[in-house]
Design a protein around this ligand. Structure first.
Ligand code: UDP
Ligand code: MG
Length: 303
């Protein structure tokens, strides 16, 4: 199998036929599979996809019971994808299948992940302006400069999709997650079309969630293997400061008879020690979780 397409679908009934035709038109020389992950659509998408499997045996459909979100849909598709190169595309015809050969070229050049860049984006300003900030911030944070992290149009070597784990809304950060695992990432400008049918599934709320996810991805990419390094260091510094303050107060009391009842510093000392111990404990629990997971993995590998 040469190519796999993973396409998340949430109420896109009017786009599906045309999308399928256009993809097939652009990959004539390759064997392929198109995996539509129907993310709990409430329109006619399910029926249309079922019919499509009868016409084209390369089309596979996974139906979710309800709307689990784009990340869950992509992850499920990734687990099933057998092609050497795996593409993701949005189902709404905003991404243009004409670009497929250019992605393949870049993969053949040796890149592990090729991300689309909607250079001339056909979306309202309420989307494009926040998106500029998002991309700038994310690029700086992960030291991986991309104009368009969240472009739905991407190509991956199969190994990449088998190595990243996404859930919630983490699909926005796939390039950062892959890059942190040592995969090479590049981008190419792609044509972008206005949404012809249906409407966008994402409003302004996504930016707050997106920011929280940034913290998660930061943790995953930098401290996944050793949570104690993150929490432990903070914990040691805090505990140490608390200890110094308490020692100073103890010396003043014991040797110089200073009264401690009106010293706010006393509370700070106690607070710092308590918070510090909590940080260290959280780090240790994190380590324990990582350890259990590795142990489970080892058992699975042996069986
Ligand atoms: N999508 C999905 N589940 C969701 C939301 C969206 O599978 O909960 C799919 C949607 O059908 C489309 C893609 O994800 O194929 C991108 O969604 P959309 O076009 O609404 O996002 P936008 O282009 O406006 O950022
Ligand atoms: Mg769209």
């Amino acid at each position: 199998m040469n190519l796999s397409f993973v396409i998340p679908v949430y109420n896109e009934e009017q786009s599906l036929q045309e999308l399928h035709e256009k993809i097939v038109e652009n990959i004539k020389d390759y064997s392929y599979e198109i995996i539509f992950v129907n993310d709990g659509s409430t329109d006619n998408s399910k029926v249309i996809l079922k019919q499509m499997t009868e016409v084209d045996k390369n089309v596979k459909v996974i139906n979710f019971r309800t709307n689990f979100g784009k990340s869950a849909a992509l992850q499920t598709g990734f687990n099933k994808a057998k092609g050497k190169i795996v593409f993701t595309m949005d189902a709404d015809l905003q991404d243009d299948p004409k670009e497929i050969p250019r992605f393949i070229e870049k993969i053949e050049e040796g890149y592990d992940l090729v991300s689309g860049w909607k250079k001339n984006r056909k979306d309202p300003l309420t989307k494009t302006i926040p998106s500029k900030f998002f991309n700038l911030f994310t690029s700086l944070m992960f030291k991986l400069k991309l104009h368009d992290y969240n472009c739905g149009f991407k190509a991956y070597k199969n190994e990449v999709v088998k190595s990243v784990t996404i859930y919630g809304e983490l699909h926005r950060y796939i390039p950062a997650l892959a890059n942190a695992q040592g995969f090479s990432v590049t981008e190419i400008p792609v044509t972008h079309h206005k949404r012809k049918f249906g409407k966008t599934k994402y409003g302004a709320k996504r930016f707050i969630k997106g920011f929280l996810d940034l913290l998660t991805v930061n943790l995953i990419t930098k401290y996944e293997k050793s949570p104690l390094y993150l929490f432990g260091l903070t914990g040691i510094i805090t505990t140490f400061l608390g200890f110094v303050i308490s020692l100073y107060l103890a010396v003043s009391k014991i040797f110089f008879g200073v009264s401690l009842s009106n010293r706010p510093l006393l509370f700070l000392g106690i607070l710092l020690i308590l918070v510090g111990i909590q940080f260290i404990s959280i780090g240790l629990i994190g380590e324990f979780i990582v350890y259990l997971d590795k142990k489970k993995q080892k058992k699975l590998d042996q069986s």
